[in-house]
Design a protein around this ligand. Structure first.
Ligand SMILES: [Mg+2]
Length: 253
């Protein structure tokens, strides 16, 4: 870990489950901060705005500023701006819409006409929204963007809840096409933003997460070192496997 200057932690299942901070997580983060490492917070969550995630982490006792957080909602707004997109039909939470509005992207409620459709996790997802998306896609060229394709996300007591990917799957099926771009993990867009924002290169960023196919896959694609927190016996390749987040400190002892 000689080159590592920053540690990018996944949130759901790594630092917390829903509203419960994982045992040892606070101590590990403050230990690494005392060692002089920059700490970043990565989440595919598209329901909450970056400001809400910031409030949640502060309430849990983490010490950070909002710029240390990379969410698929905030990053989606940056991506759309980078692509020169001015308006979007948005499937997702009010906070995802707010994230777009704050970046200057006009959120169209009727969907006509728009340059893009953004799909985030939507607790009120329904047939009418799938139909609206199909209607927009039939009318002309429109960029179809997903915050992420996570099938599910972990909550307390080892339970899973349906993720944004289930909504993306319904829309891809009805539109008979794949999304044009996925903002979240395992794509590297959020890591690219971090690198640019903080002047860090790939081997200086250690990614820590609980999902091999999401967190570790992102790290591999960006050639970052990584740590997988896992209790199962699968022979994971090209990553360091630990059974508990507390073991991360041993890498920097
Ligand atoms: Mg996770």
């Amino acid at each position: 870990m000689v080159n590592v200057k920053a540690v990018a932690f996944d949130l759901d299942g790594t630092l917390y489950y829903n509203n419960t901070v994982i045992q040892g997580a606070l101590e590990v983060v403050s230990y690494l901060q005392e060692k002089g490492l920059k700490i970043f917070y990565f989440t595919n969550s598209s329901v909450k705005s970056r400001a809400q995630i910031y409030g949640k982490l502060i309430n849990m006792g983490f010490k950070l500023s909002i710029e240390h957080i990379y969410t698929s909602s905030h990053s989606a707004a940056i991506y759309l701006k980078q692509e020169g997109i001015r308006n979007a039909y948005c499937i997702g939470s009010d906070d995802l819409r707010e994230e777009l509005s704050q970046s200057g992207i006009i959120v169209s409620e009727d969907g006509n006409p728009v340059q893009s459709i953004l799909i985030g996790l939507d607790y009120d997802f329904n047939y009418a929204k799938i139909a609206k998306t199909l209607d927009i896609m039939q009318k002309g060229k429109c960029l179809l963007i997903a915050c992420n394709k996570d099938k599910s996300f972990p909550v307390e007591y080892d339970r899973l809840m349906p993720g944004c990917g289930s909504m993306v799957a319904a829309i891809e099926a009805s539109c008979d096409t794949k999304v044009d771009y996925i903002v979240g993990k395992p794509n590297t867009f959020m890591l690219e933003l971090l690198s640019g924002d903080w002047g860090l290169i790939n081997n200086e960023i250690l990614v820590v997460g609980d999902s091999y196919t999401s967190d570790i896959e992102m790290a591999k694609r960006y050639c970052c070192p990584s740590v997988l927190i896992s209790n199962n016996n699968t022979n994971y390749k090209n990553t360091i496997v630990v059974s508990n987040i507390k073991d991360v400190t041993k890498l920097f002892a």
